[in-house]
Ligand binder design. Structure first.
Ligand code: 5GP
Ligand code: ZN
Length: 116
């Protein structure tokens, strides 16, 4: 996919604005435009990866970074005591809508399980 065709690559490039929660050379975290809780942050690799189904062994460190960064953010946003949820969606049944992998960090309210 060309970067111009991907909303999240456009956010990485700074061509679409986002409320950034964290960034470094490899990772960007920004607040979801349609939050599903008091905290809803998306943690993405700056490098485009289309979906979980496209992950290669060389991406293991990237996925680990996303999980650790999301957990660090959960702590810094005050969620470590109450708890929080990290979610990767994949495919139509999960409602995957932006085809650039992203880890949802949701918290700040009681979350139902099983999810709808
Ligand atoms: P998915 O359903 O693909 O797992 O999640 C995509 C998420 O991206 C949704 O929660 C949606 O609200 C969010 N989103 C889509 N477009 C934008 C955008 O332009 N900016 C931000 N901040 N979030 C977006
Ligand atoms: Zn992308």
């Amino acid at each position: 996919m060309s970067p111009g065709a991907c909303i999240f690559c456009e956010i990485v490039a700074g061509r679409i604005p986002a409320r950034v929660a964290y960034q470094d050379e490899d990772v960007l975290a920004f607040h979801d435009i349609n939050p599903q809780g008091p905290v809803h942050v998306l943690v993405i690799p700056k490098r485009h990866i289309t979906s979980l189904l496209d992950l290669a062994p060389g991406d293991d460190a990237t996925v680990g970074r996303l999980v650790r960064q999301a957990t660090d953010l959960a702590s810094s946003l005050g969620l470590s005591e109450r708890g929080f949820r990290l979610v990767f969606n994949c495919g139509d049944d999960a409602g995957y809508s932006v085809y650039h992998i992203h880890l949802h960090l949701v918290g700040g309210r009681k979350l139902a399980w099983p999810p709808g």
